[in-house]
Design a protein. Sequence first.
Lengths: 284, 284
Amino acid sequence: MSIETISSNHSFGGTQTVHKHASSATGTDMTFSVFVPEHAPGTKLPVVWYLSGLTCTHANVTEKGEYRRACAELGLIFVAPDTSPRGEGVPDDDAAAYDFGLGAGFYVDATEAPFNQHYKMRSYIENELPELIAANFPADMTRQGIMGHSMGGHGALTISLRNPGRFCSTSAFAPIVAPSQVPWGQKALGGYLGPDPSVWVDYDACALIERGARLPDLLVDQGAADNFLIEQLRTHLLAQTCEAAGQPATIRIQPGYDHSYYFIASFMEDHLRWHAERLAEPKG
Amino acid sequence: MSIETISSNHSFGGTQTVHKHASSATGTDMTFSVFVPEHAPGTKLPVVWYLSGLTCTHANVTEKGEYRRACAELGLIFVAPDTSPRGEGVPDDDAAAYDFGLGAGFYVDATEAPFNQHYKMRSYIENELPELIAANFPADMTRQGIMGHSMGGHGALTISLRNPGRFCSTSAFAPIVAPSQVPWGQKALGGYLGPDPSVWVDYDACALIERGARLPDLLVDQGAADNFLIEQLRTHLLAQTCEAAGQPATIRIQPGYDHSYYFIASFMEDHLRWHAERLAEPKG
């Protein structure tokens, strides 16, 4: 499992790198970025995963996420994977839609042809990439947090809910909270997993919580001026589900903010501090 | 002098906008971005100008500069202009070089044909855009600071040196300090102003200081791992010139940092605090 370093930049006293590797999960090359703060030799640092939204690669948050300053201060490694397999032979939606196919892997293991050959983002994010991070970076894998934006917020919530105990902290910016109930999710889950909604449950945060999955707590920020709030994100469904299930959750509606990185960057430090508090001590 | 708003995003409690207007200085449409922090109605805020480097538009620093958090805290308006005229009829270098023509206006008023028709970035930045900012934003024009990166660092230093008293604070990231003595500058000043170096003096920070121009002080950060340091930037020439001339200057060489926005963002807050200290009280 060798990784290639595409770029390396000194930033906020640490190192921002971008890497490429041949993924066995997706059968393609995959790209991801990692920020490692300055640290004493031999020490290991907690890891925060950031899963990106539709149309994004690792580059969007790496360039616009404004996380390095806080990660440097808090001593957090920040990992940003891509959002889908890419390259020759990777099928895309016929209509080249932004919400399915390339840039829209939805963090699922596809079962429907032709997507089931490469669209294995669940296995990639849950299994393969963590092994690479553990092997190649000064990462304390007993202290992991996960966060994401929009489709990546969906990814962060569902991956954490499906892997109890793995993540000390889980947060999201403007997540898709109930993909089974909204157009983006119905299209993606139907396309990757087939039309039977009963198999979508593993990839639906609200459905997972209703079925009994629990986290110690979770943090969500949602812009009130987000164009996708009413049709696609429907944050209130998560609030209602958590309330009904007794799942602790801090869900904040932020007046004036939209769906962009101008919103994400505004609350990135808040989220990272929230993660850092929960990642402060090794899990016993 | 009407301006069009292309985009507006709520961020860090303030408003990040991008605007377009028909420029009389350049005879083209020009684009710029402005961040206005949250502020009490009727109050006016100091303004920091940020001039960008080669190949950039307003968008680079707007997306990657990480200035909004500090500007919001410090109450600074941040203005980021484009680096050249653009559009049909604007001549570019025949070779489509990155260091001359589009994206490389060098903040001069060109006198050489065919560039003298549109390449009037000095007039645009010194005269036209400040009037637009004063007329359209809650800007206290008695409290202005100026900063820039690379070619824009050259712009910030020379514009401030040529306009004594206008700027309370002047700083630069990796500036071209002596364009008359380096390939980028010789090509640009020769192309825009003609081959006689005696007319380049107005656009050369070291030459201006040698001729007696002075600022209260100035701040420069330069990455030690910057690929352009030795051939194009030559920071030591500014240090020597300031030393010889008695021009107060804080010039810092930052180990490990390159020429990228990963470097700029790392020291942006430092610079903005430095500006804010000097912009705290209205100039009497």
